[in-house]
Design a protein around this ligand. Structure first.
Ligand code: 5RP
Length: 290
């Protein structure tokens, strides 16, 4: 029992003032439990509401790919510039030092490769995700593609149920089904399905009409970078995406396959968080590349 001597009567109730916490900075997250919000806040900067996630989970379907041959040499030096890293548990445990102090969006589905192209409905154990201190679980969803749709939808729902049990948000990653065009109609559908099934973040692709994709998705949308582009075009992609409503990027190849990956991720960060134009971002990239 605290000592009551000198007890001061409470008198600062802020009557008439709206709580500053009523509008949580992550879209659609106001009603989530505290642990979920805490994890989302580690990913999305509370000042800007945005995130630069560094994706290097490609090896789990592609095997070694350019820029990811040696995670310890190529990726670890970039981690300091990212708000969050996205990778598999195998890479996390073998190649990422445990003292990086960055949130991890853990690739949590498994079993597919570019050779089989079928996700075998395998999710990692939620307890292992907790042991990895995951701040989010990333799970692919592929709409309109028969078996693939059913399997990935089941994965997504199971991941959300597991994540909800322990306060870990899920990021739905929209793959492009073979039958579907890469247009705003498809990405809006796939993103919305992810959110309606409980994903707290959606990762999708930028496209014409992207503002409709972002506006009709009730949770934050981050964009993948896709195949390597010239740096200025990749910065334009980031700029257009956030201006059209994306809450950031979850980018891989356009960072780690850049001529100067450290310069590129810093330029991407400045475009996403500081509103640099693509031209300003590209100047920054060139300066940092010297
Ligand atoms: C695929 C993924 C990849 O991480 C994603 O495509 C991001 O990488 P890139 O910017 O290279 O496209 O989630 O399922």
């Amino acid at each position: 029992m605290p000592d009551m001597d000198g007890f001061r009567e409470a008198n600062n109730y802020g009557f008439g003032q709206t709580s500053q916490f009523d509008n949580f900075h992550v879209k659609g997250a106001s009603n989530l439990p505290w642990g979920m919000k805490d994890r989302l806040s580690r990913i999305f900067n509370p000042k800007t509401g945005r995130a630069v996630m560094l994706a290097f989970d490609h090896g789990f379907i592609m095997g070694p790919t350019s820029g990811l041959e040696r995670i310890d040499l190529n990726i670890v030096p970039l981690v300091q510039y990212a708000d969050c890293i996205m990778c598999t548990r195998g890479i996390l445990q073998t190649s990422i030092p445990a003292n990086i102090n960055k949130p991890v969006c853990l690739r949590s589905d498994a079993g597919s490769t570019i050779l089989t192209e079928l996700n075998r409905n395998v999710l990692i154990d939620i307890e292992d995700a907790i042991r990895c201190n995951a701040s989010a679980l990333a799970v692919m969803f592929s709409a309109g593609d028969g078996d693939q749709e059913a399997i990935t939808a089941a994965n997504l729902v199971e991941a959300v149920d597991m994540g909800n049990r322990y306060g870990i948000p899920v990021m739905g990653v929209t793959a492009v089904g073979k039958q579907m065009a890469r247009d705003s109609r498809y990405f809006a559908l796939a993103s919305r399905v992810c959110a309606e099934n409980g994903a707290s973040i959606v990762k999708t692709y930028y496209c014409d009409g992207f503002e409709k994709v972002a506006a009709s998705c009730p949770v934050p949308v981050v964009i993948a970078g896709g195949k390597k582009l010239p740096e200025k075009e990749a910065l334009e992609l980031c700029y257009n995406a956030v201006n059209d409503g994306a809450a950031g990027v979850d980018m891989g190849r356009n960072v780690f396959q850049s001529e100067s990956p450290a310069a590129m991720i810093q330029a991407v960060h400045a475009v996403v968080h500081e509103g640099l134009t693509p031209e300003q971002g590209f100047e920054m990239f060139k300066d940092l590349s010297k």
